[in-house]
Design a protein around this ligand. Structure first.
Ligand SMILES: Cc1cc2nc3c(=O)[nH]c(=O)nc-3n(C[C@H](O)[C@H](O)[C@H](O)COP(=O)(O)OP(=O)(O)OC[C@H]3O[C@@H](n4cnc5c(N)ncnc54)[C@H](O)[C@@H]3O)c2cc1C
Length: 544
């Protein structure tokens, strides 16, 4: 991308930047996209992993947002059926709760209405007994009943990666570990950026007609890089999740709760043999690079969940993994008078005096619409610059993401078992790769040893490490263990014991020398430690 100027340089390889790169490349613009870390290493791998209309936004009367998000839920279910899956939710109602049953009922009716009654299914109201039959672990004292309703769950990191790969297939030039350190302003206007290769330190100039700042919680930092006096656009709020063994938690489906501690809406969500609980929502001043779960966050989440699942008696020792991210919410100028959970999830595209386009706000669910709005602005700038005819908006809602070409997931599972994969392995591979599960099996066919599990008792295969390096641009150990395979979140020791052997395989594939291998292991170890740093704080906070 440093060789020839591009039409548009997108800074940020989270879901927003990936979506913009895909849309721009599909419009025929010469597009480049860079991220200072791995793709999705920012907020886009630290979300609640929901593709949802946003039931709780009804409380803020954000009807337009809910309608838009509901439509996008339908679009994403069809663009990537392997990565975006329907999920049923139980929303229990208790006597004396902040939101009374009648309001819940009308809210859910409106939720289905705003989805044009085309959600995965319509909500139903369950009596007390029926609720406990579905979710026997739920607190029964004062339980009046529950709503059963539908949304969808995704793998946020893999959805971002699939979108980035779709951008690359459409012709975008993509680079991870490529940090924008300065802007090129030859004529006072932003005309590209200085990009530092984080792994080698090498710097290059990428020239571009238009630059888009899609750096999520970093957008204000990047704006200040162009104009030190730029006004902040964002209000950053931190959200933390903890993952615990599902058997301990006791939920069968997804559960929507209002925390007994502060009345905020939160979730207990199923993820294989784990459940994750989240999220917190607190104003945060720390840099997005330093955000992590604290002892206080973990105690809040566990206490809230324990109230609803009294036999779970979860303690911080049950926590398998934590993750924390900063929501890049639009600042409304009302400062902190509005509670973090009530801050708007809308998005906005802003152009600086020097021509830098910044997209701020939004959510994972609506990324395709955000991307479309941003690229519409890019198109206007390009037309003003060189008079080119306006390119039509591409049908980004109808083009499947890689792996999402078919909705017949059972057919894909059958094809995989016919090639010798066990049923459970086939289901896991199809869930992660869709039709591209075949590519992982091709690797196993080349070398049968790669059909073995990386961690005994878990489904992840050695062939996936090869696939991640060869097809998914994994460059670092954490790219594989955290964002491609999720062993960091799912295995009891956060893959600490497997890290060495995975590093060996990556070292062979990527020609790492011994110091690089050691550095990768040290970096991964630091990330595991960071996700567990809450433990010491909990001990201090709970000392009698
Ligand atoms: C706790 C939590 C839960 C959430 N749950 C949901 C949910 O369930 N559903 C939903 O729809 N939304 C959810 N969201 C919102 C959603 O996750 C975010 O809106 C979305 O991921 C933001 O994506 P992004 O691409 O804008 O930002 P990011 O994913 O943060 O991407 C920005 C990228 O920019 C890169 N970058 C920064 N500076 C530079 C630089 N100088 N040079 C190059 N690259 C740079 C970073 O490395 C980063 O990868 C949640 C958010 C949080 C925090």
């Amino acid at each position: 991308m440093a060789a020839d100027p591009v039409d548009v340089l997108v800074v940020g390889g989270g879901i927003t930047g990936a979506g913009i790169a895909r849309d721009a490349a599909l419009r025929g613009f010469r597009t480049a996209v860079v991220d200072k870390g791995d793709f999705a290493s920012g907020t886009s791998s630290h979300s609640s992993r929901l593709i949802h209309g946003g039931l709780r936004y009804l409380e803020q009367y954000e009807f337009r947002l809910v309608r838009e998000a509901s439509r996008e839920r339908r679009v994403l279910l069809s663009m990537a059926p392997h990565l975006v899956r329907p999920l049923s939710f139980v929303l229990p109602s208790y006597r004396g709760a902040r939101v009374p049953a009648w309001r819940l009922r009308s809210g859910l009716w409106l939720y289905d209405l705003l989805a044009g009654f085309r959600n995965v299914g319509r909500h139903r109201w369950l009596g007390r007994k029926a609720t406990l039959r579905l979710e026997p672990g739920l607190r029964d004292k004062d339980l009046r009943g529950a709503a059963l309703y539908f949304d969808a769950q995704t793998d946020d990191a893999r959805l971002t990666l699939a979108t980035m790969r779709a951008a690359a297939h459409a012709g975008a030039l993509v680079a991870s570990y490529a940090d924008v350190t300065a802007f090129l302003k030859p004529d006072g206007r932003v005309r590209g950026a200085v990009v530092r290769d984080v792994l080698t330190g090498h710097e290059s100039a990428v020239r571009a007609l238009v630059v888009v700042n899609a750096t999520g919680p970093w957008v204000d930092a990047l704006r200040r890089l162009e104009d030190p006096g730029a006004n902040p656009l964002l209000r950053l709020t931190k959200g933390v999740h903890v993952a615990v063994p599902r058997q301990r938690m006791g939920n069968v489906r997804a559960i929507t709760l209002t925390s007994p501690l502060d009345g905020r809406v939160m979730f207990v969500l199923p993820w294989g043999d784990l459940s994750y609980i989240g999220t917190t929502d607190t104003d945060e001043d720390a840099s997005p690079d330093d955000v992590r779960a604290t002892g206080e966050d973990v105690i809040y989440l566990l206490r809230s969940a324990n109230w609803f699942f009294p036999t779970a008696r979860l303690s911080p020792r049950d926590v398998v993994a934590t993750w924390a991210g900063l929501r890049p919410l639009l600042s409304t100028g009302e400062g902190r008078d509005v509670a973090p959970s009530d801050a708007s999830r809308e998005h906005r595209v802003v152009e600086s005096a020097g021509g830098l386009l910044t997209i701020a706000g939004g959510k994972l669910t609506t990324y395709r619409l955000m991307a479309r709005d941003a690229v519409d602005r890019v198109a206007i700038s390009l037309r003003a610059l060189d008079g080119r005819p306006r390119a039509a908006r591409p049908p980004t809602d109808r083009l499947p993401l890689p792996g999402g070409e078919t909705a017949d997931l059972d057919g894909l599972v059958k094809a995989a078992t016919e090639r010798g994969a066990r049923e459970s392995t086939a289901r896991y591979l199809v869930g992660a790769y869709g039709s591209e599960a075949a590519a992982v099996l091709n690797i196993v066919e080349r070398d049968r040893a790669l059909g073995q599990a990386i961690v005994a008792g878990r489904p992840e295969l050695w062939a996936e490490v090869t696939h991640a390096v060869e097809r998914e641009m994994a460059l670092r150990l954490s790219d594989v263990l955290i964002r491609r395979l999720h062993l960091f979140y799912a295995s009891r020791d956060q893959a600490a014991s497997a890290a060495g052997v995975v590093a060996d395989r990556m070292a062979a594939a990527l020609e790492w020398d011994a110091p690089r291998r050691a550095a990768e292991l040290a970096d991964y170890g630091e990330q595991v430690e960071r996700s567990r740093a809450f433990a010491g704080e909990v001990a201090r906070l709970t000392k009698p």
